[in-house]
Design a protein around this ligand. Structure first.
Ligand code: ARG
Length: 545
């Protein structure tokens, strides 16, 4: 069911033909919402606004939801939702097994491509953002009843493995004894070696050919390097408390065997053509083509994504594809989507979306980096936040900072500000949840029953809180559609604020009888929504803080 404000909006719009632009009333005596619809209509109709307002009030059928409407000032219409309607709406939450999350009418199969770090390298800040944002989408879409298929497109194939395997052999290393940090150091040594030694560079190139041909010795070393990389990633995922599982790995190597077939298919149907020795696909509106096979006969990032998309639609049966990858790859994905539309791999009814995101900046306003000026690893960030707060709070701080402003914006990593329990932060929301939990504990200790219904809603602060609770389902639905988590963050922040005002103005345990029972039920409903909202952001909702 849609929220009370939306129901009102729909009815006024049906009558007047324009969006009533319902605004929250600025003072309790103006009711809950105000609309200037009559003022705007009066202008086009050339009639006195109050007269237009009176005609609307006369014809509008809202007495099931509202107290008698009032006309204020030059012609505003004031809406006051009936207390029993508000109470009933908020009460529904208490018994709802989905905690107010509206279930999708047509559940879809949604593939989300996120995290996607590269083997033999530690995750960096960009992968942190992708992991957190993708995790939130996974949670939101799953809660709506969609089937989410996470695909962790790790970089586990490609030319870099030639030099990695060659360096391993040169050094006589047993790769099974490395950890991810050790593999990263190996990577750096191999890279330096490659630049200074022509013969090594040649051997590395030959090694790539061996890898692609399935040479057992080469494959065995490659496999070990992937294994230790995954073990390292998993430790980070565990630390981050995200839903990604080992079964979600679907790295670049998985598509390797499909690439020749994809190229043949594209070429046979005239979608790809040979241009200067390479097999390419041109897409209208893009100057440079997507490269399916280079002049040396090698396959790269573009064609792998074409094969992956084809697999996701063809084999995984996706209705919607979401890619959470940094904004610098926007062009790449648009080009790939163009190729796949053209090839028929991406049918019209399947939605494909690239969700980009901005950079993480240091407090100096520059791209976040270590004191040595190198890229920051995700673990460094977690360590830094951990210095300011307990791990679950530090994590809440990072996740909330990542999700609460528009994704495209760069954000500043300011550990001290992010971990504060005041202001628009994750810990503040956790704290609000803990405070409500404390009241519920008190009620339990005093053996006060918490009823399954909110029955009394006299005070404006109670009514505001109930009104806000009724909007939760709509907010989550909107995040599932627009993939903009900051809308959920903003809503929860507002809810925590409304709860604070309620708490200041309406004693709970100190009141009595039905009022106390009803207020406890309202606290309980608020706690449910806060906990669910935090869960959807991937943030833990502590009972105590
Ligand atoms: N491994 C890539 C990187 O670190 C991201 C892969 C994103 N997903 C994809 N299907 N291309 O930049």
């Amino acid at each position: 069911m849609s929220s009370l404000p939306s129901q009102l909006t729909e009815r006024v719009q049906a009558l007047t033909g324009i969006d009533p632009e319902m605004r929250p009333a600025t003072k309790p005596q103006f009711g809950h919402f105000q609309s200037n619809v009559a003022l705007r209509l009066a202008k086009t109709e050339g009639k006195p606004p109050r007269e237009v307002a009176a005609a609307i009030v006369e014809q509008l059928q809202v007495d099931d939801l509202c107290e008698p409407l009032e006309i204020a000032g030059p012609g505003f219409i004031n809406f006051r939702i009936k207390a029993d309607v508000l109470a009933a709406t908020a009460s529904e939450l208490l018994g709802d097994e989905h905690d107010g999350v509206v279930q999708a009418g047509e559940p879809q199969r949604v593939v989300i491509d996120y995290s996607a770090p590269n083997a033999a390298k530690q995750m960096h800040v960009g992968h942190l953002r992708s992991t957190i944002i993708g995790d939130c989408f996974n949670r939101v879409l799953s809660a709506q009843g969609h089937t989410v298929i996470a695909q962790n497109h790790i970089g586990d194939w490609g030319r870099q493995f030639g030099m990695l395997v060659e360096q391993t052999l040169d050094e006589g290393l047993d790769p099974a004894e490395l950890d991810l940090a050790g593999a990263e150091r190996l990577y750096m040594r191999a890279n330096a070696h490659l630049k200074s030694d022509e013969a090594f560079a040649d051997r590395s190139r030959e090694r790539v050919v061996k890898l692609q041909a399935g040479d057992p010795e080469t494959l065995a070393i490659w496999e070990k390097l992937i294994e230790i990389s995954k073990a390292g990633f998993e430790r980070t995922y565990e630390r981050m408390n995200v839903l990604l599982k080992p079964a979600d790995y679907a790295g670049e190597s998985m598509y390797n065997a499909m690439l020749p077939k994809v190229c043949d298919d594209l070429e046979a149907r005239g979608i790809a053509k040979v241009d200067d020795g390479a097999l390419v696909v041109f897409v209208d509106g893009y100057e440079a083509p997507a490269i399916m096979r280079n002049r040396q006969g090698g396959y790269g990032y573009d064609v792998t994504d074409v094969a992956a998309l084809r697999y996701r639609v063809g084999e995984l049966d996706a209705d919607r594809l979401v890619y959470v990858v940094g904004s610098e790859q926007t062009h790449h994905f648009n080009l790939i989507f163009g190729v796949c539309r053209k090839a028929g791999y991406l049918p019209e009814q399947v939605r494909a979306q690239h969700v980009g995101y901005g950079m993480v900046l240091g407090t100096d306003g520059k791209k976040f980096s270590t004191r040595e000026g190198t890229a920051v690893h995700l673990d460094d960030l977690l360590d830094e936040a951990d210095q300011h707060a307990a791990p679950n709070i530090a994590l809440a701080a990072i996740k909330y900072a990542d999700l609460s402003s528009g994704l495209q914006k760069d954000y500043t990593f300011d550990a001290e500000r992010m971990t504060a329990t005041t202001g628009d932060t994750g810990p503040y929301l956790q704290y609000a949840h803990a405070r409500i939990s404390q009241i519920m504990r008190k009620a339990e200790a005093e053996q006060v029953e918490v009823p399954q219904a909110i029955t009394v809603l006299e005070e404006p602060a109670e009514q505001q809180l109930a009104l806000l609770l009724s909007r939760f389902g709509e907010v989550v639905a909107e995040v599932g559609e627009s993939l903009q988590p900051h809308k959920l963050c903003g809503y929860l922040y507002e809810l925590a604020g409304a709860y604070s005002s309620f708490y200041e103005q309406c004693p709970v345990m100190k009141s009595e009888g039905e009022v106390r029972a009803s207020r406890l039920a309202l606290c309980q409903a608020t706690r449910k929504v806060l906990a669910k909202g935090l869960y959807l952001l991937g943030i833990d909702a502590p009972e105590r803080m």
